[in-house]
Write a protein that binds this ligand. Structure first.
Ligand SMILES: [Fe+2]
Ligand SMILES: [Fe+2]
Length: 263
C-alpha cells in the first residue's frame, strides 16, 4: 500500500476507534456532567498532560536521523509554551485544575485509577524502548489525530457544566493546535510510511496508544461514578474505596526511576 493510502486508512481507523469515540465523551450532551464530575476528570487526566513532552523528548533521542527529529522538535516548541503565552501545557492545564477546585498540594495527592499509570508506562516504554516508528505511531496518529476529536466532545460537556472560556483554554487551544501538529506529522509520515514493515510499526503504536486511551476513559468513568456514589451515599464509601491506589507524587517517583533505568 502506498503511504498516502495507508495514512488515509489509518486516519479513518483513529476516528472510529472506541478510545476516541468513548461513551464518556460522546454522551456529554445527553448525560451532562457537573463541575464535581469534571473535578474528578481533571485530576485523572492531569498526569497525562504533564508527561506528553517526556514522550517526545525520549522519542527524539531514539530518532534515527535529523529529518525525523524535525517534526518532534516543532511540536515540542509548542508544548513548551511557544503559542500559549509562555505557559507550558502542564501549567496551562493547571488553570483548568484550579477552576475545578484543586490547589497544588491537592493535585499531588490525587489517587489515580490504575489505568492512569498504565497509560504513562505504556507510552514511556513505546517511546524509549520500542522501535522509533512504533513510538511515533503512538504520539503521532495516536495523539495528534485523536485529540481534536476527543476534546471537541469534552468541550461540549465543559461548557454545559458552566465553565468559562478562560478556564478551558487548554482544551480550545488543543483542538486548534493539534490540527497543526497532525498536519506537520502527516508531512513527515508521507516519507516514513513506506513499506509494509514501517506501516505495521506505525499502526501498532497508534493502536496500542488508543487501546490504553480507551482503558483510561473507562477508568475515569469509573472514578466519576464512584465520586457520585460516595456523594449520594456517604455510608457506602467503602464500596468505592481508592485505598491502595498510587498518588501522582508516588507515580512520578516511580516513573522517574523507570525511565532513567530504561534509558
Ligand atoms: Fe499540548
Ligand atoms: Fe499536539
Amino acid at each position: 500500500m502506498d503511504a498516502r493510502t495507508f495514512l488515509r486508512e489509518l486516519r479513518t481507523e483513529v476516528e472510529h476507534h472506541p478510545g476516541v469515540g468513548h461513551s464518556l465523551l460522546g454522551r456529554m450532551s445527553i448525560d451532562p456532567r457537573a463541575r464535581a464530575d469534571f473535578r474528578i476528570f481533571s485530576g485523572q487526566h492531569y498526569p497525562l498532560v504533564g508527561t506528553f513532552t517526556r514522550y517526545l523528548e525520549l522519542l527524539l533521542l531514539n530518532a534515527p536521523a535529523s529529518d525525523e527529529k524535525v517534526w518532534l522538535a516543532k511540536v515540542l516548541v509548542d508544548e513548551y509554551g511557544e503559542r500559549s503565552e509562555g505557559a507550558d501545557h502542564a501549567a496551562h492545564y493547571r488553570i483548568f485544575m484550579r477552576a475545578c477546585g484543586w490547589d497544588d498540594a491537592g493535585m499531588e495527592a490525587i489517587r489515580l485509577h490504575p489505568a492512569v499509570p498504565q497509560f504513562l508506562e505504556e507510552h514511556l516504554r513505546m517511546c524509549s524502548q520500542d522501535e522509533f516508528l512504533l513510538g511515533l505511531g503512538a504520539v503521532g496518529p495516536g495523539h495528534e489525530w485523536a485529540i481534536p476529536a476527543m476534546f471537541h466532545e469534552v468541550l461540549k460537556g465543559l461548557r454545559a457544566a458552566g465553565f468559562g472560556e478562560h478556564e478551558i483554554g487548554y482544551f480550545t487551544l488543543h483542538v486548534e493546535q493539534d490540527k497543526d501538529h497532525g498536519a506537520w506529522l502527516e508531512e513527515a509520515l508521507q516519507r516514513l510510511a513506506e513499506g509494509e514493515r514501517n506501516q505495521a510499526l506505525i499502526r501498532a503504536g497508534c493502536l496500542r496508544s488508543l487501546a490504553a486511551r480507551e482503558r483510561l476513559w473507562w477508568g475515569i468513568a469509573d472514578k466519576i461514578n464512584a465520586g457520585r456514589m460516595s456523594a449520594r451515599f456517604p455510608g457506602l464509601a467503602s464500596a468505592t474505596s481508592d485505598e491502595g491506589e498510587a498518588t501522582l507524587a508516588e507515580v512520578r517517583r516511580r516513573l522517574t526511576v523507570r525511565v532513567s533505568l530504561g534509558a
